[in-house]
Design a protein. Structure first.
Length: 141
């Protein structure tokens, strides 16, 4: 399997993983509250802004997942865009880590959110860069 195929599968898996965030958009508040209690040991406020923010954030993650799946349709063509998105992921992960610290989120939350995004971004950026230097393979047909 060449580098382009590997990058294609990485983008597909990432896209499917993020697209799974579409499911919580439709969660009732009671289910979100139970999940919130299990993670943070406290109730999720039942306010209109809470429902709006939790659902719209899930929707944004799902939207990003669909973009990754679209990019995976033609990785060679979209390599410059993939590298640009990787840079944005890096910035996003760093800022998100800062937000988690300032918001006094539990350390387990901090370590499971921003740093994996940063690591993924660096990996995709470097891997996509190595694909740009890979010679094109032509069909023998």
């Amino acid at each position: 399997m060449d580098r382009l195929n590997i990058l294609t599968w990485i983008l597909r898996l990432h896209g499917v993983f993020l697209l799974a965030a579409l499911v919580p958009v439709f969660f009732p508040h009671a289910l979100m509250d139970n999940i919130h209690k299990a993670i943070l040991l406290e109730s999720l406020p039942q306010l209109p802004i809470t429902g709006y923010l939790t659902r719209s954030l899930s929707l944004v993650y799902a939207l990003h997942g669909s973009i990754c799946l679209l990019l995976a349709l033609n990785v060679r063509q979209y390599l410059p865009l993939i590298r640009s998105i990787a840079i944005l992921h890096l910035i996003f992960g760093l800022v998100l880590t800062g937000i988690d610290f300032v918001s006094e989120m539990p350390m387990s939350w901090v370590l499971c959110e921003g740093p994996p995004i940063v690591a993924f971004a660096i990996f995709v950026y470097i891997f996509a860069g190595s694909c740009q230097t890979q010679p094109q393979q032509h069909d023998a047909n």
